[in-house]
Design a protein around this ligand. Structure first.
Ligand code: GAR
Length: 196
């Protein structure tokens, strides 16, 4: 059974979807939910699901990213994860950190990568006049929102859409995509998952 740690910064809806998917014949189980924000709403949800939680508050390490990441390492390594899922984790990680977990760290990003790396993806899709939008799960490498693509889900942009409407409509697709990718990935299958 593969051990999965999930890193969050906010509400944790992707974390909940992942955790709830890891039952029965799923080849993985959640062992830790780690947040960089003690106020992240996802922490209480994780505890309700019976998952161990930890906080490494980045604000305790002002101007010292390497000390923050050292603490992340120590906290993660104590849980001995085989796979790390970034699920709305909003801190940029350095090459030193990503290299250590290369090949076993996944991220979900709310755009059809390689389009719109970084922030404000929904507004940028609207501003560009895109007729379709979506989300991507990829392996994490040193480059932001880069790395081999493990799955994408697409949806149409509709008349009257706003960034908030797109985000809300995309979220359930994120949950379905990330869960499907993790199930495959934990079984050793890196064939991309495509949800239309
Ligand atoms: C999700 O939309 C996720 O794709 C996005 O943050 C949200 C987290 O929601 N991630 C990023 O923007 C990463 N750059 P959640 O906390 O409810 O899962």
């Amino acid at each position: 059974m593969k051990r999965v740690a999930i890193l969050i910064s906010g509400g944790g809806s992707n974390m909940v979807a992942l955790a709830q998917s890891m039952t029965g014949d799923h080849p993985a189980r959640p062992v830790l939910v780690l947040s960089n924000d003690p106020d992240a709403g996802g922490l209480a949800k994780a505890r309700d699901l019976g998952i161990d939680t930890a906080v490494v508050d980045h604000r305790e390490f002002p101007n010292d990213r390497s000390a923050f990441e050292d603490r992340l390492h120590v906290t993660l390594d104590a849980a001995q994860p085989d796979i790390i899922c970034l699920a709305g984790f909003m801190r940029i990680l350095t090459e030193g950190f990503t290299a250590r977990y290369e090949g076993r760290m996944l991220n979900i990003h709310p755009s059809l990568l390689p389009m719109y790396k970084g922030l404000h993806t929904h507004q940028r899709a609207l501003d560009a006049g895109d007729v379709e939008h979506g989300c991507t799960v990829h392996e994490v490498t040193a480059r932001l929102d880069d790395g081999p693509i493990l799955g994408q889900a697409r949806m149409a942009v509709q008349d009257g859409d706003t960034a908030d409407k797109l985000a809300a409509r995309l979220l359930p697709l994120e949950h379905a995509l990330y869960s499907a990718v993790l199930r495959r990935y934990a079984a050793g299958d890196r064939t991309p998952v495509i949800l239309a």
